[in-house]
Write a protein of this length. Structure first.
Ligand SMILES: Cc1ncc(COP(=O)(O)O)c(C=O)c1O
Length: 396
């Protein structure tokens, strides 16, 4: 028997719901159909011009070589200033900040640095899909903690976490503002999880990539800011992707104690080597110079969020609390009595609108669809109107 060519760990990677729906949408588009995408996980805006200019300049000045695995010191300093100014986190740029090629790499470095084979990692259900795949690649086991549902959305219950902790539990992944639910964790919820991590000696991996997209006067709070004991066991994962519309640049940063940072640096060094030199120079400019574009993009999301939720509210059978953060809504469509993979495919086939089935994000996501409002108001209007017509037909 020939040896299998593909390592067994690859079999643990679940398929991506977003990629699968995108693929089906593109196929339909190639057949000449006019398809509306409400799946996108990235800003539709261009990167602000002064950031593009900074990269151009850096390239011309010779920032085209390797840089240290942990990133340019000046960028780490700019990140430290930002953390102190905006997040109330004091971090030593020399030892507690690691520059990554985006939050995806940051999450991967965090998981690889802390999860041993057989370790358990607590993940909320629903959760962003790649967490489960990464834990599987490290040989760890995911233990899902169901979030509870009310008519105002999803919420955390302390006992649900506590009862799933075992001697093998190593870490807990949190994501606020949350993809896909749009939930922003409250200070009280973060304190509850920090204390739980404290009691059971767990690492907290805190994905904060949507920190700038928080609505209605709420505030993004980083768990690392709440207590020095929490900071000591937290890896904050953040990136430039969503805030600065820089998804294609691949730039992010992790913040953690020096032992964790040094362990994660080894993962980066042995996989990606370092983030691109001139992109890091542009990152300094993004953090230190005008934030006007960030504010303008926020205003646009605010308007789109209102439009999308107002339109969804007119569709009988759809219940959609306004998301507290992110650029996603996660309406409850369970009244149509269809599995959400089937429902998403029905919407694509009937009215050519691409959505993401909530089931992709976990068992608790069943009964929901994720719709992105990182697209034009015209697309939102057209897409939701089409969805309304298709869902109406299901009542008959
Ligand atoms: C919750 C969450 N974390 C991380 C990422 C990845 O971000 P990056 O582009 O920085 O890798 C995404 C992208 O959709 C996300 O939704």
């Amino acid at each position: 028997m020939p040896k299998p060519q593909i390592a067994a760990r690859i079999a643990s990677i679940p398929p991506s719901g977003v990629a699968e729906m995108m693929r089906l949408g593109r196929e339909m588009e190639q057949r000449g159909e006019e398809v509306i995408y409400l799946v996108q996980g990235e800003p539709d805006f261009d990167t602000p011009p002064h950031i593009i200019e900074a990269a151009r300049e850096a390239m011309a000045r010779g920032f085209t070589h390797y840089v240290p695995g942990e990133g340019l010191l000046e960028l780490r300093e700019a990140v430290a200033e930002k953390l102190a100014r905006e997040n109330d986190i004091q971090a030593d740029p020399k030892s507690e900040i690691l520059i990554t090629t985006g939050a995806t790499m940051g999450l991967y470095a965090a998981v690889m640095a802390v999860v041993d084979p057989g370790d358990e990692v607590l993940l909320t259900d629903p959760a962003y899909g790649p967490y489960e795949a990464m834990v599987g690649l490290a040989g760890g086991r995911v233990v899902f903690v169901p979030l509870m549902k009310s008519d105002r959305g999803f919420y955390f219950v302390s006992e649900e976490f506590e009862s799933r902790v075992t001697p093998r539990t190593k870490a807990i992944v949190i994501n606020t503002p949350n993809n896909p639910t749009g939930k922003v964790m409250t200070r009280a919820e973060l304190e509850m999880l920090g204390e739980l991590a404290q009691r059971h000696d767990l690492i907290i991996i805190a994905d904060e990539v949507y920190e700038k997209l928080v609505y209605d006067g709420r505030q993004h709070v980083s768990i690392a800011a709440l207590a020095p004991e929490f900071k000591a066991r937290t890896i904050v994962v953040n990136s430039f992707s969503k805030t600065y519309a820089m998804t294609g640049w691949r730039l992010g940063y992790n913040v953690a104690n020096s032992a964790l940072t040094s362990a994660m640096t080894k993962v980066i060094y042995q996989s990606g080597r370092c983030a691109t030199a001139f992109v890091q120079r542009a990152g300094i400019v993004a953090l230190r110079e005008s934030q006007d574009r960030v504010r303008q993009m926020f205003q646009a999301y605010l308007e789109r969020r209102r439009l999308m939720t107002d339109l969804l509210a007119t569709i009988p059978g759809v219940s959609c609390p306004s998301p507290e953060g992110t650029f996603y809504v996660f309406p409850d469509v369970s009244s149509f009595g269809m599995g959400t993979w089937d429902l998403a495919k029905y919407l694509l086939n009937e009215v050519k609108v691409v959505t993401t089935p909530g089931r992709y994000y976990g068992v608790q996501g069943e009964g929901h669809l994720r719709l992105s409002f990182a697209t034009s108001t015209a697309n939102i209007r057209l897409g939701i109107n089409r969805i309304g017509h298709a869902l109406e037909r299901l009542w008959r």
